[in-house]
Design a protein around this ligand. Structure first.
Ligand SMILES: [Zn+2]
Ligand SMILES: [Zn+2]
Length: 370
């Protein structure tokens, strides 16, 4: 694990989406796919089922997790893959990518050990199809060798996934806005700073937080997720991009490894949480903390509390005050038994608020920034 990216994580794109009516989707097969697969096959193991895998394009960072996805080696599992016919690869583009990745000498075993049932579908930009009660629509995005954006309209709301796209092509900018129109969650490429995008990284096929904010405003998206962080961006750099975006737009998250975002009832705010499975620190220990924050009404508060579920990425706190969703909190935590010498100061923002077991309190999920 790279200490410079331990909070946001360093894996390449892979998202899982669970629709309320049952179907399970995976968006892209970057290196994050390996962790996802390991979670599926954890001892509690759920029953195998059919999964729909939507691939945006064939750049290495979006497919390299495939050979390391354990559920592909389980005979009962069924996968349906969707991606476009690449003019460089021809018919069955995605199948060919699979075979090439598992060819000698790149991988120790061949395709025959990948025993899960696999079906490949070719989709083109502008197409729509239905899976269960979910309508999926594709649009071309501006990226070298092409990239598809996916809009998934579920019974709980709409998610638009637009990784790897660069603004500046009028027709494709319009196609992005169509993809995103009124979406509850808009996941957009935010690899570069606005300055880089206008100068040294022009033409590289990526976007910035500022372009994401502009598109979110124009297309009336409700929540923006900054995605596809630059491999050279440390956590501190992503923190600063997030802070700038949040100054401009109400609801913004920076995608973070393991982060779960939930769509509530219509009209309710989108909430996130970190299940804390990764890099959890002595979770059985409770830490005394002083919390400085802002209430719903915009008033400052200070409260002494206990922090549970503390990890390097975030924590859960019980508070009597009701903080504002997405507002910044500061925590001063005393490590147990150190009489104040082991004091840690942390900053984070509120990503989730639930009723606490204790009456009159709320459980607050915080993701740490710096
Ligand atoms: Zn790409
Ligand atoms: Zn990419």
């Amino acid at each position: 694990m790279d200490p410079g990216t331990w909070r946001y994580g360093g894996n390449t794109p892979c998202l899982e989406l669970e629709a309320p009516d049952g179907p399970r989707f995976i968006l892209d097969c970057g290196t994050g796919l390996r962790m996802l697969g390991n979670r599926w096959t954890a001892p509690s193991g759920e029953k195998s089922q059919r999964t729909h895998i939507l691939i945006t394009h064939y750049h290495w960072d979006h497919i390299q997790g495939v050979p390391f996805f354990a559920p592909l080696y389980v005979e009962q599992n069924e996968f349906e893959f969707y991606s476009f016919r690449s003019k460089f690869l021809g018919p069955d583009s995605l199948k060919q990518v699979f075979e090439a990745q598992m060819a000698v000498p790149y991988f120790p075993v061949d395709m025959s050990v990948m025993t899960a049932k696999r079906k490949f579908h070719e989709v083109d930009g502008g197409e729509s199809f239905t899976i269960g009660e979910n309508k999926i629509t594709t649009r071309w995005l501006n990226h070298p060798q092409g990239c598809l954006g996916f809009r998934i309209e579920t019974p709980a709301g709409t998610v638009a996934y637009a990784t790897d796209n660069e603004p500046g092509d009028a027709k494709l900018d319009e196609s992005l806005r169509e993809l995103v129109a009124g979406a509850d969650i808009f996941i957009n490429d935010a690899q570069f700073t606005p300055d880089q995008l206008g100068t040294t990284r022009k033409g590289w096929g990526h976007s910035s937080w500022l372009e994401g904010v502009k598109t979110a405003r124009q297309a009336r998206a409700k929540t923006l997720v900054l995605f596809h962080h630059d491999p050279d961006s440390t956590d501190r750099i992503v923190d600063s991009l997030l802070r700038q975006a949040r100054d401009e737009f109400d609801s913004v998250f920076a995608a973070s490894e393991g982060m779960v975002i939930t769509l509530g009832a219509p009209g309710e705010a989108v909430q996130a949480h970190m299940p804390g499975t990764r890099a959890a620190l002595r979770r059985e220990v409770q830490f005394q903390a002083k919390v400085y924050g802002l209430t719903e009404g915009g008033n400052e508060f200070v409260e002494e509390t206990v922090v549970c579920d503390l990890s390097l990425q975030g924590a859960m706190l019980t508070l009597k005050h009701l903080p504002q969703l997405q507002s910044e909190l500061q925590l001063t935590i005393d490590a147990p038994g150190t009489n104040g010498e082991g004091r840690i100061r942390l900053k984070g923002y509120v990503v989730r608020i639930d009723d606490a077991q204790e009456k009159g309190s709320v459980a607050v999920g915080v993701v740490f920034t710096e």
